[in-house]
Write a protein that binds this ligand. Structure first.
Ligand SMILES: [Zn+2]
Ligand SMILES: [Zn+2]
Length: 201
């Protein structure tokens, strides 16, 4: 990927995510910093991302940096913060990137429209206005000088285990295979979490 070709990067991210939005723009900007500072997209697990939200921007991070849920090098911490930590396991270099509050907070008009769109009470004109503002804000974030958009801090990497392959054991109730680390025992018999919760709930 040519990280200077912003048009094709945006297209790649939109193709994966489904639409252009402010969150996606933040994810693109964060990804480009991670790639610039820490190296190439992860083929394996050399690059790791820890994301503190699970919204639109994380899709850009997955498709652009190669840190994906399926590979196990995307770690989600449900803190609801616009904070992204990246580390390169080989060089041991790590960055904590936080989006500045001025970039996160939307103006009231945009938020009011967003609320109407979500509640399905927006009329067609408001719908159009919302879409226009959403793309406008997204483009503004793509163009914002880096120092106005984010704080970047070099940190000491926390130790991370490599994703291990675990054996599967069949649940005593539903007989479906379960990763051994997720087994719950009832009277010594292995159960999957849904079965365990149903039986014990
Ligand atoms: Zn989105
Ligand atoms: Zn089960």
């Amino acid at each position: 990927m040519d990280t200077t070709d912003t048009k094709s990067i945006l297209e790649t991210a939109i193709r994966f995510h489904g639409h252009q939005c402010p969150g996606l723009a933040m994810g693109i900007r964060v990804s480009l910093v991670a790639l610039r500072e820490l190296g190439k997209p992860a083929k394996d697990e050399e690059l790791v991302a820890i994301v503190e939200n699970s919204s639109c921007g994380v899709d850009a991070i997955q498709v652009l940096t190669g840190c994906t849920f399926g590979k196990g090098n995307l770690i989600f911490k449900d803190y609801g913060k616009y904070v992204y930590t990246f580390m390169n396991r080989e060089t041991r270099k790590a960055l904590r990137i936080s989006i500045k509050k001025e970039a996160v907070l939307s103006d009231k008009h945009h938020l009011d429209l967003f609320a109407k769109v979500k509640a399905r009470t927006a009329d067609p004109a408001e719908m159009e206005e919302f879409k226009r503002l959403h793309i406008e804000k997204s483009n503004a974030l793509l163009d914002l000088p880096e120092a106005d958009l984010m704080s970047i801090e070099v940190i000491n990497p926390e130790p991370l285990p490599m994703a291990h392959i675990h054996e599967s054991i069949c649940c005593a109730r539903c007989d479906e295979p379960v990763m051994e680390t997720r087994i719950r025992l009832i009277d010594g018999a292995p159960h999957c979490i849904p079965c365990f919760e149903e039986l014990m709930g």
